[in-house]
Design a protein around this ligand. Structure first.
Ligand code: ZN
Length: 177
């Protein structure tokens, strides 16, 4: 298995705009092998998350994989988690803006409004239904990845063009923090 197995669809590719279909047969070899490949891939590219549609699999499945790095020094550490057929069952009413980027939208960063805490329900790769509460950065990652399953990319949610930056300028900004 290697990163060459997948190509990340880039903004403008029509498949990024599809509504993905529910994952059936979670325990099939097909799905389990795909999950293994995607876990391997997300660690290779150091992503905070990746969704199946981004690698051209129109399935309601994503991986959350947060750990601190130079871009997100305050990101929590978590084991990569496979999220299948997710739904958000409740949200904190308010929204907060913070920076996001995306493997499918290279070189752009933007302030995106998201709910700072959510309760989510999803199925694990073992087929169990679970409920989880996420807040802060992880709530943000979850909402970002769930959007991909509905054909939405983060720049769709940007409220003001002045909330967008080239990566190069954004790096200067965060290094001053
Ligand atoms: Zn993304």
């Amino acid at each position: 298995m290697s990163a060459e197995k997948f190509t990340i669809l880039q903004l403008g590719h029509p498949h990024l705009r599809l509504i993905a279909r529910n994952v059936e047969n979670i325990k099939s070899d097909n799905i389990q092998n795909f999950i293994d490949d995607l876990l391997h891939y997300v660690s290779e590219v150091n992503g905070m998350g990746i969704s199946a549609p981004q690698v051209d699999h129109s399935l309601r499945l994503f991986i959350m994989s947060s750990k601190p790095n130079t871009r997100y020094p305050h990101a929590p550490s978590m084991q990569p988690t496979v999220i299948i057929n997710p739904e958000i069952i409740s949200v904190a009413k308010k929204v907060e803006k913070d920076w996001e980027g995306c493997l499918s939208v290279p070189s752009i960063r933007a302030l995106v409004p998201r709910h700072p805490s959510i309760i989510a329900r999803y199925t694990t790769r073992n087929g169990e239904q679970v409920e989880a509460t996420y807040s802060g950065f992880l709530a943000r990652v979850f909402q970002h990845e769930l959007d991909h399953l509905n054909g939405i990319v983060f720049i769709d949610r940007v409220e003001d063009n002045h909330d967008m930056m080239a990566e190069q300028e954004w790096l200067k900004l965060i290094s001053q923090r």
